[in-house]
Design a protein around this ligand. Structure first.
Ligand code: HEC
Length: 247
């Protein structure tokens, strides 16, 4: 019994440590938690749609092919051709940005980075909070700023969904300006819940993009666990058989 307890603690500890790592700071503000579920195919499909329509014009996902994504997320080649193939000709093409890197650098001052690994480099909670933290700033060249990524060169490409917001800052005890809240100046086509849901889908998709093999690993993992459970029964019976005469 004691041994079993020790084993359970050994297995449980790393899992607990992982869960605790979720709340990373997002620039000067706290990250909002996001519910990532790679088993939620419908959410991944909605996220893929947003990504292809609104992000792929500037950013690449240069390690992913359209048809590999389709296979993983349950989207047929025909559906990809009809709905998702704006930036490429063939379903076997890599997901490259429409805008050439040099042009983008000229326009924005920096080239938009490839987003294949962004959810691993920045963590999903960061990406989710970033996508919901744009505000109008007349002092910034693009006209936009972001509480998670100060002076970001990316314009708020989804402002028609989220609406126009300005940020209100207050001075703390040391006279430093700290972010207080957002103020909606013009409503967008989505309310807060709908926009948050859409950004959750997009973050879910970007998390999948960071490690596509995870979907396969989850499936294999379940079979491995079932096998181990069955094997445990036989191992136990065998042990009883061997020790029968000695006890
Ligand atoms: C009009 C071009 C453009 C579009 C469209 C665009 N971005 Fe960006 N994005 C940029 C640029 C430029 C940067 C670099 C910002 C910087 O370094 O200041 C950037 C940066 C980012 C970053 C931060 C990367 C880092 O350095 O950590 C993320 C995340 C991101 N974009 C996600 C998205 C997503 C998701 C979409 C689709 C909803 C999108 N972007 C659409 C231009 C664009």
């Amino acid at each position: 019994m004691k041994k079993l307890l020790i084993l359970l603690v050994m297995v449980g500890l790393p899992a607990g440590a992982f869960a605790a790592g979720g709340h990373k700071s997002c620039g000067t503000v706290e990250c909002d938690a996001v519910d990532i579920d790679l088993g939620d195919k419908a959410s991944l499909q909605r996220g893929a749609r947003i990504f292809v329509n609104y992000c792929l014009s500037c950013h690449s996902a240069g390690y992913m092919r359209y048809n590999r994504m389709g296979r993983d997320l349950g989207i047929s080649d025909e559906l990809i051709k009809e709905n998702l193939l704006f930036a490429a000709d063939k379903v076997g093409d890599l997901m490259k940005a429409v805008m050439p890197k040099e042009d983008a650098r000229l326009w924005f001052g920096v080239a938009p980075p490839d987003l294949s690994l962004i959810a691993r480099a920045r963590k999903p909670a960061w990406v989710y909070t970033y996508l919901r933290s744009f505000y109008r700033d007349s002092k910034s060249p693009s006209g936009w700023n972001n509480t998670v990524f100060a002076h970001v060169a990316m314009p708020h490409v989804l402002y028609e969904w989220q609406g126009d917001r300005r940020a209100v800052f207050k001075k703390d005890a040391h006279g430093v300006e700290v972010f207080e809240r957002f103020e909606l100046q013009r409503v967008g086509s989505m309310d807060k819940q709908a926009y948050d849901r859409a950004m959750r889908d997009l973050t879910n998709f970007l998390t999948y993009l960071g490690e596509p093999a995870r979907l396969v690993r989850y499936e294999i993992g379940i079979y491995v666990l079932i096998f181990l459970a069955v094997f445990l029964v036989f191992a136990y019976l065998l042990k009883k058989e061997y020790w029968k005469d000695i006890h």
